[in-house]
Ligand binder design. Structure first.
Ligand SMILES: Cc1cc2nc3c(=O)[nH]c(=O)nc-3n(C[C@H](O)[C@H](O)[C@H](O)COP(=O)(O)OP(=O)(O)OC[C@H]3O[C@@H](n4cnc5c(N)ncnc54)[C@H](O)[C@@H]3O)c2cc1C
Ligand SMILES: *[C@@H]1O[C@H](CO)[C@@H](O)[C@H](O)[C@H]1NC(C)=O
Ligand SMILES: *[C@@H]1O[C@H](CO)[C@@H](O)[C@H](O)[C@H]1NC(C)=O
Ligand SMILES: *[C@@H]1O[C@H](CO)[C@@H](O)[C@H](O)[C@H]1NC(C)=O
Ligand SMILES: *[C@@H]1O[C@H](CO)[C@@H](O)[C@H](O)[C@H]1NC(C)=O
Ligand SMILES: *[C@@H]1O[C@H](CO)[C@@H](O)[C@H](O)[C@H]1NC(C)=O
Length: 436
């Protein structure tokens, strides 16, 4: 139904010529400058460039490749190939934008200027910041050295995700440990999704009886929203998975295959050392350094925006969405479906001198894959910590239908809907299917 509503969407690559500027020939001033070519940056720039036309919208994005990161859980679980998560940036960049293939390094918001890594300055009338979250690989001692080798992997790295499935299949028993940090991270369900897929595979491979499957999380519960947390706890119990809360990974001693955990909270100093035979790490994350040290950041380093309008709290010509914004909700591509519509509407209203009426309600979603054909589709507002489900069924139950939705329909909505600026999330369907 979701698919049909969008009409026949192109699924193949459309080769169009993107004007790419890595040299000094680019214009130094744009009506709108967008930082980042992830789903946040592209969903907004595609619509704005279509409305404002050529020479008016620039996207600052250093990477040649765009990743559909939600697919990495399936890649790590051996269900999709890595290449399916990947497109050339020039194939997804909207054709009316000027792509500036450089990194942003700083902001001078009082003079409407972005400073690029090579020192060049670009000025703007309006700025949209969507640079994502920074993965702090240095936050765990020994992690960088251990990653991708000898049973240590992470679905949060494009390099190591491709070895995860191999490590899972080579696992012969012992401790399989999955970690989750106490920092905010993108898609907070991902660290446990890979665990459910791995545990299922251990059973298939006949090694489950010799294995301890352990989920050590730095936070106080298995999932932030109680409705889904209770099903997940039940699943862990049924499948014999040990869950330790407030238990954070601090060090990997790869030479001895030891992982060191620390209790967070009041008894913070308590340390516990585990031997591991497979270790999947969700590393600590935080705001990108170049934002953190700039005047547009809040105390924690995120772009300081109003949680409803997504407009900067001090500089009214700046907006932010996606993982780098200060919005207190789950950091997901699903959140961006709603946020992008709010940013676009409010930015166009601001240009027209009108009031900003679009408001983001904190909608986010986390498809919790619990097996090869099973999924709990958690949909909720991070602002109110209450479910916001699209479908008229109990979404905290494991369902094959939701698995197919996430595996087959959502990727298409991502490439052909969200990145093109024409998919704004399931709110419309939710109102029809599940009104309340
Ligand atoms: C393993 C995994 C599983 C996930 N599963 C799901 C899921 O099931 N559902 C879901 O909705 N979400 C999921 N997510 C989260 C989702 O991928 C992110 O929330 C989403 O990609 C955030 O989009 P963004 O545009 O804010 O940032 P990103 O997608 O990270 O894009 C940021 C862009 O900014 C660029 N950039 C960085 N620094 C600079 C700079 N200095 N200057 C200019 N550009 C810069 C980067 O190159 C990048 O292209 C998952 C993520 C991971 C890693
Ligand atoms: C710069 O902008 C002007 C119009 O504003 C346009 O004619 C010109 O082609 C642009 N140059 C580049 C390199 O984009
Ligand atoms: C996903 O996890 C698997 C193993 O758990 C790993 O091999 C793979 O590299 C991860 N994916 C990414 C993109 O990091
Ligand atoms: C994890 O839970 C197991 C089983 O309940 C317990 O034996 C172990 O001590 C816990 N570890 C930590 C670090 O809390
Ligand atoms: C924390 O430490 C206090 C004092 O040593 C102790 O009484 C309490 O049981 C500990 N709590 C946990 C969860 O270990
Ligand atoms: C929804 O499903 C979960 C998991 O099966 C179950 O524990 C819960 O009781 C169900 N809730 C309702 C309202 O049926």
């Amino acid at each position: 139904m979701l698919r049909a509503s969008l009409g026949r969407l192109p699924t193949s690559r459309v080769p169009f010529s993107v004007r790419r500027y890595a040299s000094s020939s680019l214009n130094s001033s744009y009506k709108v400058v967008v930082i980042g070519g992830g789903p946040g940056g592209l969903s907004v720039s595609s619509t704005l460039s279509a409305i404002l036309g050529k020479n008016n919208v620039a996207v600052v994005e250093p990477s040649d490749v765009h990743y559909y990161q939600p697919l990495w859980t399936f890649v790590g679980g051996g269900l999709k190939s890595f290449d399916q998560s990947k497109r050339r940036m020039e194939d997804v960049m909207p054709k009316e934008v000027d792509w500036i293939q450089k990194a942003a390094a700083g902001f001078e918001p009082s003079s409407n200027v972005v400073i690029l890594a090579d020192g060049q300055k670009i000025s703007y009338d309006y700025l949209v910041v969507a640079a994502g979250i920074q993965v702090n690989w240095d936050g765990v001692k020994g992690l960088k050295e251990a990653l991708g080798k000898d049973c240590v992997t992470s679905n949060y790295s494009a390099d190591s995700v491709q070895r995860t499935w191999e490590f899972i299949n080579n696992f012969k028993g012992g401790n399989a440990i999955f970690t989750m940090p106490s920092t905010p991270i993108k898609c907070a369900g991902a660290p446990q999704k890979i665990m459910y897929l791995a545990e299922e595979q251990f059973r298939k491979n006949g090694v489950r009886d010799n294995a301890q499957v352990i989920y050590n999380t730095g936070i106080g519960k298995i999932f932030g929203i109680d409705k889904y947390a209770s099903t997940l706890s039940q699943i862990c119990q049924e499948r014999g998975i040990t869950v330790n809360t407030t238990t954070e990974l601090t060090e990997i001693r790869a030479d001895r295959r030891e992982a060191v955990f620390k209790k967070t909270g009041p008894n913070g100093s308590e340390e516990q050392v585990y031997d591991y035979d497979f270790l999947h790490v969700a590393p600590p994350m935080g705001a990108p350094d170049f934002i953190k040290k700039s005047p547009i950041a809040d105390k924690a380093g995120w772009v300081d925006v109003d949680a409803a309008t997504l407009q900067h709290t001090k500089y009214n010509n700046i907006f932010s969405l996606g993982d780098c914004s200060s919005c207190p909700t789950g950091k997901t591509a699903a959140a961006i479906t709603s946020e992008s519509q709010v940013v676009k509407q409010n930015l166009l209203s601001l240009m027209a001198g009108k009031e900003l009426v679009a408001k983001y309600d904190g909608y986010t979603s986390c498809p919790l894959v619990t097996g090869k054909n099973k999924l709990i589709l958690a949909e909720f507002s991070g602002y109110t910590a209450t479910p916001q489900e699209t479908f008229p069924v109990n979404q905290s139950a494991e369902r094959a239908s939701m698995y197919h939705l996430t595996s087959h329909v959502l990727p298409e909505l991502y490439w052909s809907g969200l990145l093109k600026g024409i998919w704004h999330g399931p709110g419309f369907f939710r109102n029809i299917l599940n009104p309340n």
